[in-house]
Design a protein around this ligand. Structure first.
Ligand SMILES: [Zn+2]
Length: 304
């Protein structure tokens, strides 16, 4: 287990004091009957569902198509995201996961249509996660808003679920008037995906990009693979204008992708300033670049 002192390098002190993030005042807020979520309409038919009360600041995106809606990720599973979605649309909803980390799949079990990357990590994720792998999300210092009524930390798990569609790199998920093109982009985790919406000129980046600490140190993550995936994401640079990540800010200028690429190349060459720390027993380095930082395993970027 990491101690609060260990996690300070990742989280900083009193992280919630930087909230609300500025971008939210520029977006149209949509009512939601659950206090846990904040819902924003970012453009016609596209809604960001935000969990600002918990450190991960998870963001799930709902896209309304002509025949079907897609919900990109289901968040931390602390409140009921399905009820939230049903206040926005009557369309049938398909969950589309960016990857199988606990803060992206925890409410999958509430849905009957779930699409995931055809990968051993997604297959394994269907078993759900026990309390021991969820509880750190609601430990002291991780949550500042009141937890929803009826939420019991002792019973907090990711219940099992069943994926109903398996996609691969290059597949197109057709929602009627909108499509999502799958890009398999490992580096944060082996199963990480981005989705390209050519109609709206958006790239959904999951955990491959967001403003904040970008992690390459978790199991199955590594810098060389991360760089390759960034080159893939940048090869489509002319196909999108904005980024929609799974944490922190839902509507980000695409230029930051080039900055992250430059940063990780610098890190891979043994350059870049860092601070050292430990997260759950793993020695890590944090490289700061203003609106984002890159967190690597302490031993993974030694120059050759
Ligand atoms: Zn993740």
């Amino acid at each position: 287990m990491s101690t609060p002192e260990d996690r300070k390098l990742l989280m900083g002190d009193r992280w919630w004091e930087k909230l609300p993030r500025k971008v939210y005042s520029t977006l149209e807020r949509v009512p939601c009957s659950q206090d846990w979520f904040e819902v924003y309409k970012v453009k016609e038919g596209i809604y960001a569902i935000y969990e600002p009360g918990q450190y991960e600041e998870a963001l799930c995106t709902l896209l309304l198509g002509g025949e079907e809606a897609a919900l990109i990720d289901t968040g931390c599973g602390i409140a009921n995201i399905r009820a939230c979605v049903e206040e926005i649309t009557d369309l049938p909803v398909m969950v589309v996961n960016t990857h199988a980390h606990n803060d992206h799949i925890a409410d999958n079990h509430r849905f009957s249509s779930i699409a995931m990357l055809d990968h051993s990590w997604s297959v394994r994720a269907q078993r759900g996660l026990p309390n021991s792998e969820m509880i750190h999300l609601v430990e002291p210092g991780m949550v500042w808003k009141p937890l929803p009524k009826g939420f019991d930390p002792k019973k907090y798990v990711t219940p099992p679920f069943k994926a109903t569609r398996w996609f691969s790199d290059g597949d197109v998920i057709d929602l009627g008037t909108r499509t999502l093109e799958v890009m398999h982009t490992p580096g944060h985790s082996p199963d990480s995906c981005c989705f390209l919406d050519r109609e709206d000129r958006l790239l959904f980046t999951g955990d491959m990009f967001y403003t904040g600490g970008i992690y390459t140190y978790l199991e199955g993550g590594d810098i060389p693979t991360f760089i390759e995936s960034y080159e893939y994401m940048l090869s489509h640079y002319e196909d999108y204008d904005r980024l929609m990540p799974s944490h922190n800010e839902p509507w980000v200028e695409k230029e930051l992708l080039r900055d992250v690429h430059r940063a990780v190349v610098e890190i891979s060459e043994g350059r870049g300033k860092y601070r050292e720390g430990v997260d759950r027993g793993v020695p890590i380095k944090r490289f700061d670049y203003g609106r984002f930082n890159i967190v690597t395993r302490a031993d993974q970027h030694r120059p050759k």
